[in-house]
Design a protein around this ligand. Structure first.
Ligand SMILES: [Zn+2]
Ligand SMILES: [Zn+2]
Length: 259
């Protein structure tokens, strides 16, 4: 039996510094009957709608961390779902420490959980513990991206909103790692799973260090994302001589077939 066709769609490919040309971080797994979203930054909903998707079609939203470029579209997206009057539940998978914060963000915008048209449930992410359905396995791996900021918050008695998580996604015939934001490339080195394709942020990674590791891990395709407007787009040309992997630079709307 042929596997269900599954596509990975880049909804937002910009870095933390807002871009004039890109929405901020958001990625969509099109599983046919339903969608799974990873992060939901500014502009994600607009791009999502412009590609013809319906908000209620997304049934799971994974959040890597609470930086604004990854979550500032969440309440807007939830509002679209509510206004569509759908009764299809939505699960938000995030760090346990982020649940109260995201609940407050929603309820501060009058999106009271008990009054939504659908059940919104939080399913906290457990590091290294896979989430599965019939077509997709998502395994969260912690990164050190926000560790210094968490320490600073704790030092000042402010709430810790949890760590940052990379997501390993097995779907179709591919294993894809979405790095989210990193402390450094070292964060990914202990991940044991096979990685066919790597969707990696470019804000905290030295590309010179990346290519030898990509070849060592036999990664077939690298999608550079989290792109600032001053990013040197010739990086992909340069990569051709430094790695045997195929290298793409993400843009909003880039669609990749995982089968
Ligand atoms: Zn970011
Ligand atoms: Zn970040």
């Amino acid at each position: 039996m042929n596997p269900m066709p599954i596509r990975l769609i880049i909804l937002g490919s910009s870095a933390g510094l807002a871009s004039a040309h890109r929405a901020s971080s958001s990625y969509l797994l099109d599983c046919g009957d339903y969608g799974i979203m990873f992060d939901c930054g500014d502009g994600a909903t607009r791009n999502f709608l412009s590609m013809g998707f319906r908000p209620e079609w997304v049934t799971h939203l994974f959040i890597s961390h609470t930086h604004a470029d990854h979550i500032c579209g969440v309440s807007y997206f939830v509002q679209q779902r509510h206004l569509s009057r759908t009764d299809v539940p939505l699960a938000i998978h995030c760090a346990p420490e982020a649940v109260d914060f995201l609940t407050d963000v929603l309820q501060s915008g009058y999106l009271f959980l008990k009054r939504l048209s659908f059940d919104l449930v939080f399913d906290p992410v457990e590091p290294l513990t896979p989430w599965r359905d019939d077509h997709v396995t998502v395994t969260p791996y912690p990164t050190t991206h926000v560790d210094p900021m968490r320490a600073y918050a704790r030092e000042h008695g402010w709430p810790d909103r949890g760590g940052c998580t990379a997501f390993h996604i097995s779907a179709g015939n591919r294993s894809v790692l979405y790095s989210a934001d990193l402390g450094s490339l070292d964060d990914l080195k202990s991940i044991p799973d096979r990685i066919d394709w790597l969707v990696i942020e470019t804000s905290h990674v030295n590309l010179g260090d990346l290519w030898p590791w990509v070849d060592e891990r036999n990664i077939q395709q690298v999608i550079l994302t989290h792109i600032a407007d001053d990013f040197d787009l010739r990086a992909a040309d340069d990569a051709e001589t430094r790695t045997s992997a195929k290298v793409l630079i993400a843009n909003d709307g880039l669609t990749l077939d995982l089968n």
